[in-house]
Design a protein around this ligand. Structure first.
Ligand SMILES: NC(=O)c1ccc[n+]([C@@H]2O[C@H](COP(=O)([O-])OP(=O)(O)OC[C@H]3O[C@@H](n4cnc5c(N)ncnc54)[C@H](O)[C@@H]3O)[C@@H](O)[C@H]2O)c1
Length: 323
């Protein structure tokens, strides 16, 4: 993407702030966020850039979306705003419907009303549920999400497809594996670091620790989104992940080693089927064949992505005196 004016929803968040940073190399960016999951800490440095602006706005609030109509014409939207807490949906069953489904609909309505021709949408590996085929290709079906988060992302994909059909808005949907790296606001590495801050002698691992998923560094994720959207000339779906997996127990060891803590007791918890929580998919690995055929490949393996993310996050959170 070059010389474009781009609206990034969820721009203050983990992937959003990394995306804004990358886009600013060659584009003008307006980021919006309601600070539901994070404050302005990851966009503060960007505010001095004349090509960057930020508005506090909630994608579920009609008046906030209407105000955006006065911000001038955008060439494309990168829609990342969401409830990103997969676990939360089993406690508050409304949140994914409200933020991820209604919010995505509102963003698409904004695109329709203001004649924006392109959207990139952050979906997730959770849309397929417990897939019988691993690595799971984009064509796998029928999708059967086991969390309201997965269900809401699947609905979002459907709305992107429908708006593309009705109004010719070209949409690229990305089904992310687990994205890791600097500016993280949540996720397993973040959780472990926070728990070890509270008690550096023991680490509670949700589930039996054998859960295996594919992890992708955020730099690879952002580069993959921009490349695949550019080369795909029609509305399409791409998996973005790594072709190997890392277990939760291995992540715990990377974190403990990264902090240099001696003798940490790793304690697994007894849960149904060894899952981390209700709605957790125990083994997730997306096939990256389609993205690779379209010219994208991650530069770091799953283990390397985790290892690098652990280092980046420890140094960033220490700088912020969070840990
Ligand atoms: N990080 C991952 O591993 C991963 C995996 C699959 C999919 N995704 C998706 O990628 C996108 C970005 O995720 P992330 O990891 O950066 O999470 P994040 O929570 O850091 O980013 C989401 C941002 O959206 C904002 N937001 C939430 N509700 C909003 C609302 N109503 N209006 C405006 N802003 C709102 C939050 O404050 C946050 O800054 C999300 O759509 C998420 O579901 C992430």
């Amino acid at each position: 993407m070059k010389g474009k004016r781009v609206l990034v929803t969820g721009g203050a968040g983990f992937i959003g702030s990394n995306m804004c940073n990358k886009l600013l190399e060659e584009n003008e960016v307006l980021a919006i966020d309601n600070f539901m999951n994070v404050d302005d800490r990851y966009i503060k440095d960007l505010l001095g850039n004349e090509n960057f602006s930020f508005r506090k706005a909630d994608i579920t609030v009609d008046s906030d979306m209407e105000k955006l109509e006065n911000e001038g014409q955008f060439d494309a939207v990168i829609h990342l705003a969401a409830n990103s807490d997969v676990r939360g949906g089993s406690v508050d069953t409304h949140i994914d419907l409200n933020v991820n489904v209604q919010g995505t609909y509102n963003v698409l309505e904004f695109c329709r009303k203001t004649d924006i021709g392109e959207i990139m949408f952050a979906s997730s590996s959770t849309v397929t549920g417990e897939a019988a085929i691993i690595p799971t290709p984009e064509s796998y079906g029928p999708p059967a999400p086991i969390s309201t988060y997965g269900a809401s992302k699947l609905a979002g994909e459907g709305f992107i497809s429908a708006y593309s059909h009705y109004y010719g808005i070209r949409g690229t949907t990305f089904r992310f594996a687990n994205i890791v790296g600097r500016n993280s606001t949540h996720g397993v590495i973040f959780d472990f670091l926070m728990k070890l801050k509270k008690d550096p002698r023991r680490l509670e691992i949700l589930g039996d620790g054998t859960q295996r998923k594919s992890y992708l560094h955020v730099d690879d994720c952002v580069a993959g989104m921009l490349h695949l959207h550019k080369v795909s000339s029609r509305t399409d779906v791409f998996n973005l992940g790594n072709s190997e997996t890392t277990s939760v127990m291995d992540i715990a060891r990377f974190v403990v080693d990264g902090l240099g803590l001696p003798d940490v007791k790793l304690e697994t918890t007894v849960t149904e089927g060894g899952r981390g929580w209700r709605g957790d998919v125990k083994y997730a690995q997306l096939s990256t064949e389609k993205a690779e055929k379209a010219g994208w490949k991650s530069t770091m393996s799953s283990d390397k992505s985790v290892e690098r993310a652990v280092k980046e996050m420890i140094s960033q959170l220490r700088e912020q005196s969070v840990i």
